[in-house]
Design a protein around this ligand. Structure first.
Ligand code: NDP
Length: 251
């Protein structure tokens, strides 16, 4: 956890970074923070208007011109991911970072009640989509001198909890995939691969999971950005195969 990290103002200058789920919540905040730190950000998400609002905010703040990539990860095919990689290659020639942040909670319910369709949907958005997107994007990441590939995890991806069903399993799978890939790339010093657990954060997803909770007791996405910046930028060079927390443990 690097909650006290103080990034240099131009930490991500000249870097091209893809953020998924960039229209809302933590992803939106990360996109804005990365742009503020000088990155050219590619905003991927399923709701175009939200992406356009983030785009406008970045432009208004004088950040490098971002790009918008509308995509619903749920319905995306291997061809869509390859096409995406081709277009990004044509426009930028490389990627210096990917934050896989888009995620779906599904339902908080006992497994006995869980619908297989919803289970598959959560697995597609949280694991299978990001995995195959990564396969298409790896050549672009390998073109970078210093790339950071980040998968978003959760505390229920490290210890299962009743009623967290597909979401929990999807985050366990994410942790496992990260370890496999990081091990395959361990000799390649220009690409680090890690998971990042934001911890309880004030977003719509958190409110959906804990409707009784007072959101004001939670950290905002803005408050957890130091770790997001550290892991994306050059100061975490050499860190790979790690499960990183964005917040200190409770208690
Ligand atoms: P939000 O629900 O606030 O935002 C999720 C983002 O993902 C939205 O922009 C959403 O788009 C996008 N998204 C969802 N489904 C798809 C899809 N099929 N295709 C493309 N984009 C999609 O969630 P958070 O910001 O809270 O969560 C961000 C990440 O952090 C997730 O991976 C989550 O699992 C993880 N996390 C969050 C915690 C928290 O306390 N908030 C704790 C632990 C982990 P749209 O806006 O269009 O719906």
């Amino acid at each position: 956890c690097k909650i006290d990290y103080r990034p240099a103002p131009d930490l991500l200058k000249h870097r091209v970074i893809l953020v998924t789920g960039a229209g809302d919540g933590i992803g939106r905040c990360a996109a804005l923070s990365y742009a503020r730190a000088g990155a050219t950000v590619i905003l991927l998400g399923r709701t175009l208007e939200k992406l356009e609002r983030v785009y406008d905010e970045i432009e208004a703040a004088g950040g490098p011109q971002p790009a918008i990539f509308p995509m619903n990860i749920e319905g995306a095919t291997l061809d869509d991911f390859d096409d995406m990689a081709r277009r990004l290659n044509k426009e930028f020639g490389r990627l210096d970072g990917v934050l896989h942040n888009a995620g779906l909670l599904g339902e908080i319910m006992r497994f006995e009640e869980y619908e297989p369709e919803l289970w598959d949907q959560v697995m597609q958005v949280n694991v299978n989509g990001p995995i195959w997107m990564t396969q298409s994007l790896l050549p672009l990441l390998e073109h970078s001198e210093d790339a950071s590939l980040i998968f978003t995890s959760s505390s229920v991806g490290r210890r299962g909890r009743a009623q967290w069903g597909a979401y929990s399993v999807s985050k366990f799978a994410t942790e496992g995939f990260m370890e496999v890939l990081a091990d395959e790339f361990k000799e390649q010093v220009n690409l680090r691969i890690n998971t990042l657990n934001p911890g309880a954060t004030r977003t719509d997803m958190r409110a959906g999971a804990y409707p009784e909770e007072d959101p004001l007791t939670l950290r905002t996405p803005e408050q957890i950005m130091p770790t997001y910046l550290w892991l994306m930028g050059p100061d975490s060079r050499g860190v790979s195969g790690q499960k990183i927390d964005a917040q200190p443990p409770k208690g």
